[in-house]
Design a protein around this ligand. Structure first.
Ligand code: AMP
Length: 114
């Protein structure tokens, strides 16, 4: 998977079903959904993994969660619940090295995750 895939989506070079946008974050539907609602919230600035987040980017990371909560309210799933996940590196299954918060909703989720 290309490391610039999400930059290409933001640039309009690769089509995506965009459901959320502000000046710092974009949200689009995952191409391989794992729940009835599966959206990726991605910072416009490319940070490869959680390990690369710098202290000055803390507010940007907060924007990902604010975007997810805003979208949950829009969908009307905020009270029932939803899951957000960010994978880091190979053992967690990260395949795109531009951090992204998975937003999953519309079904019940198990714990612990697989
Ligand atoms: P991760 O495995 O945590 O790095 O998540 C990467 C996600 O990107 C996977 O859930 C993929 O299904 C998703 N994905 C890959 N290519 C695209 C694409 N072109 N548009 C939307 N989602 C994609």
């Amino acid at each position: 998977m290309s490391d610039t895939l999400f930059l290409d989506i933001m640039a309009g070079k690769i089509p995506a079903d965009i459901v959320f946008e502000n000046d710092q974050v974009i949200g689009f539907r995952d191409i391989n959904p794992q729940a009835p609602h599966h959206v990726l919230f991605v910072p416009r600035e490319r940070i490869p993994t959680i390990n690369d987040i710098q202290p000055e980017q803390a507010a940007l990371i907060g924007e990902l969660f604010l975007a997810a909560a805003c979208y949950a309210r829009e969908l009307g799933v905020d009270s029932r619940g939803y899951r957000v996940v960010m994978n880091c590196n190979e053992a967690a299954g990260q395949t795109v090295f531009h951090i992204h918060l998975h937003f999953l909703a519309g079904r019940n989720f198990q714990w612990p995750p697989g």
